[in-house]
Design a protein around this ligand. Structure first.
Ligand code: SF4
Length: 414
């Protein structure tokens, strides 16, 4: 291992980091650029995109400190019993890499995670040290997202928050039973305890900042977490319930959902097939509905099918509207903002524009058509001065009419 060059280590440890979805882009067809041919490959690793607190999209060097690990989480390619090439950076090497990419303008920050070496405390010390070198020795002002290790001493997690913009602690599985079965070394109470400590420290730092201009900052971009979808029997209703509790209890900025992907030499307790990527997408849509559209978690759960999962062929907002048709149609010229946000096909921007425009004139169907990509989806659920859906809203085959036509799948698609 000591003979590995920095580039070889980077190849191994940036590749190993791609399984963390907390700042990943997904859902695109893969193209590689092996042999130096072509640009814009979506298959490579190393740089990911994230949104800064001010809404800017920034590129981060996404890498593990090491993929050695003393834990044996079944779903993880870096687990103790996995037969993968291993590598390890020192904190100084991580700092040097970050600075050299930063100075070349390749990145605007660092996303650093790690397998656990020796002990949780030892690993957390190394992660903190990498961030310390960057901040204190180089006055690095770029973005730093540190994964924290919930089993580590709370004081070490606190130090991480003093250097990082964002901290994240992965809950990993949606249910405690799933965690016990698939990540036997982890403990749900410890994970939530660490999240609780981080929440308190963030709140305290914000309060102090209001009183003292020079109070130290603590994870100003908040904390986030990741849940693996499809590795255990948890349904979408379970996942939505867990996500909403996490948002409420720990004021998380984001919950990321990562469709479980089968790994080489997978453990026999894991499913053989990955869940469809569209399931991950539906969970993100439902997350959006809870955060920006005023849906309660119970309402998202009402949109699930008998098996507790969200439909894959239609989005959760449409699924809810089809189940609760007595809430529609809504009058675009009179309905409240909350009612308009429930209309399938109307996003937050469209609703804002409707509210502004109707102050000056009465809206027609054509006006709404300019604000949506699919008027067909909106029509059954609205009334305008020149449109009334009459029986359309209650048609038995409405779901079939509105579901997007299924596309021919790629024969060898992953
Ligand atoms: S602790 Fe993290 S790196 Fe180690 S096996 Fe579990 S998920 Fe993988």
């Amino acid at each position: 291992m000591s003979d590995q060059t920095i580039l070889q280590k980077l190849e191994i440890l940036a590749d190993a980091a791609k399984y963390d979805a907390s700042c990943a882009s997904s859902g695109t067809a893969k193209k590689n650029s092996l042999g130096g041919k072509g640009i814009g490959s979506t298959e490579g690793m190393g740089i990911c995109h994230a949104y800064a607190p001010d809404g800017r999209c920034i590129s981060l060097l996404k890498v593990l400190l090491t993929n050695h690990c003393i834990f044996d989480c079944h779903y993880c390619i870096n687990r103790k019993s996995s037969n993968v090439r291993r590598a390890r950076f020192t904190p100084q090497e991580i700092a040097d890499l970050t600075l050299s990419f930063y100075k070349r303008n390749y990145i605007e920050g660092l996303f650093l995670s790690s397998g656990i070496i020796k002990s949780s405390n030892h690993t957390m010390e190394l992660l903190v040290e990498a961030a310390r070198i960057l901040r204190e020795e180089h006055d690095f002002r770029g973005y730093i997202h540190l994964k924290t290790i919930p089993e580590a001493d709370p004081e070490l997690i606190h130090q991480a928050g003093l250097y990082a913009d964002r901290l994240s602690i992965n809950v990993e599985l949606p249910t405690d039973a799933g965690l016990t079965r698939l990540a036997p070394d982890k403990d749900a109470r410890q994970i939530e305890g660490a999240m609780g400590g981080t929440k308190m420290a963030i709140t305290q730092a914000k309060d102090e900042k209001k009183r003292f201009r020079h109070a130290p900052r603590f994870a100003p971009a908040g904390q986030s977490t990741q849940m693996i979808v499809g590795a255990d029997a948890a349904t979408d209703a379970d996942i939505v319930g867990k996500a909403s509790r996490l948002y409420d209890n720990f004021r998380l900025r984001r919950v990321y959902y990562s469709a479980f992907s089968p790994i080489p030499d997978a453990s026999a307790v894991l499913p053989l097939k990955r869940p469809p990527l569209i399931r991950e997408h539906r969970l993100y849509q439902s997350d959006w509905l809870m955060r920006f559209y005023g849906y309660q978690p119970g309402e998202i759960m009402q949109a699930t099918e008998k098996d507790g999962n969200l439909p894959l062929d239609i989005d959760p907002k449409l699924a809810w509207a089809l189940k609760f048709r007595d809430s529609f149609p809504v009058d675009v010229n009179r309905a409240s903002k909350e009612q308009l946000l429930r209309v399938p096909g109307l996003g937050t921007t469209a609703v804002r524009r409707i509210l502004t425009a109707r102050r000056h004139r009465t809206l027609r169907l054509d006006d709404v058509a300019k604000l949506t990509v699919s008027l067909a989806k909106v029509r059954p659920f609205i009334v305008t001065c020149d449109w009334r859906p009459t029986l359309l809203t209650d048609r038995a085959d409405l779901r079939r009419l509105l579901a997007p036509r299924q596309e021919q799948l790629e024969l060898f698609a992953a």
